[in-house]
Design a protein. Structure first.
Length: 360
């Protein structure tokens, strides 16, 4: 691959905030660049090359890559679909558009219209594939299991974060009702009095109309006398997330709805068991769901929606049983590497690209 050759793939990232979509795009692009001339367009992503501007990308895309009739524009959000459609249908550039869809519910009218004009759609789960047309493949998201890996010493990793306690219980994501932040707080108010070494951490921001929601959560924490043990540090930089996860004994993900959800498998790659609600792709991450740990392939516990009390009891039981926790931790790492590595996702995506190129 030569830097002066027209790119084969343009990966767009038009959201200035680092979200779960951003994390998956970054991990895949870093892997794709090992074997392809792939570039980033829009806002920076960790571990990725300096992005092109939209204008630079539109100029470069006038010339197809060597040996190909067109380049691929890989998009994941509405504005990115709109830009790619402008490039293909208005400017008549030699490109094809691939969209990744994770949503497990019916899209609203505008995204449905956009998705219907994609050249290929990749769904992250079988459930997501049922809500979009033109699905070429089901390719689960993966994570960089070299970047997210267990710490040699969990206690030392936690101490390095500067947070109190002996280990962390973490939840990651926007602070809002849909993400179940209140359920996590309720669970921690119940559990922490029985887990004297634990510190709970809510890593995320409250935006828009959710500042009042956050204020109520903090008031509940203060009323429970746990202000020093349930922390709200705000958004954690992507570069710092592996180190934070490595010091945790548990990750909780209790959303009321999730299309896919990457943070549980990032934690699993760090050897951290999960407790999660029955949504997203969480049950597939966790492994055996029948309560039989004997097979050594259970990495977490899946609970019904809205079950803060169950999450508290599951956390106390798992963290109070060192042997069981160690078995879950080992299974978490093994499952993340075997089933949810980013190289596997990149290979599935590449097969879709190759099918499009072969059909030209």
């Amino acid at each position: 691959m030569r830097a002066d050759e027209p790119p084969q793939v343009y990966v767009t990232n038009l959201n200035p905030r680092f979200t779960g979509v951003s994390a998956t795009a970054a991990a895949v692009l870093a892997e794709q660049r090992r074997t392809m001339n792939a570039v980033l367009v829009g806002h920076p992503l960790p571990g990725c090359p300096v992005p092109l501007t939209r204008r630079q990308a539109l100029v470069l895309a006038r010339i197809p890559p060597a040996g190909r009739a067109f380049s691929i524009w890989h998009v994941r959000r509405n504005p990115e679909m709109q830009l790619a459609l402008f490039a293909r249908d208005v400017l008549r550039l030699p490109i094809r558009i691939v969209f990744t869809s994770a949503a497990q519910r019916r899209h609203s009218a505008w995204p449905r219209w956009l998705i219907g004009r994609m050249d290929a759609v990749i769904a992250t789960t079988d459930a997501a594939a049922g809500f979009v047309p033109g699905v070429r493949a089901v390719v689960p998201h993966g994570v960089d299991t070299a970047r997210f890996h267990p710490a040699p010493d969990r206690a030392a990793a936690w101490a390095a974060t500067g947070m109190p306690g002996e280990y962390g219980i973490l939840t990651v994501g926007r602070i809002r009702p849909e993400k179940g932040t209140d359920l996590f707080v309720q669970a921690m108010i119940r559990a922490l009095p029985r887990l004297p070494g634990a510190t709970a951490v809510v890593a995320g921001l409250a935006k828009g109309g959710d500042e009042g929601f956050l204020a109520r959560l903090k008031a509940d924490v203060a009323a429970a006398g746990l202000a020093g043990r349930i922390l709200f540090p705000g958004e954690v930089a992507a570069a710092d997330m592996p180190a934070l996860m490595q010091g945790c004994g548990l990750l909780m993900a209790l959303p009321r709805y999730e299309g896919y959800g990457v943070t549980p498998i990032e934690a699993m790659a760090c050897g951290v068991p999960i407790i999660a609600s029955q949504t997203g792709h969480f049950a597939e991450f966790a492994g055996r769901a029948d309560g039989n740990d004997q097979a050594g392939d259970q990495a977490g516990i899946i609970l019904p929606l809205e079950d803060a009390a169950g999450a508290a009891e599951a956390a106390v039981a798992l963290l109070g049983d060192p042997a069981r926790h160690a078995a879950f931790a080992a299974a978490a790492r093994e499952r993340a590497v075997r089933l949810f590595g980013v190289a596997r996702e990149a290979a599935g995506i590449r097969a879709v690209y190759d099918d499009l190129w072969a059909a030209a």
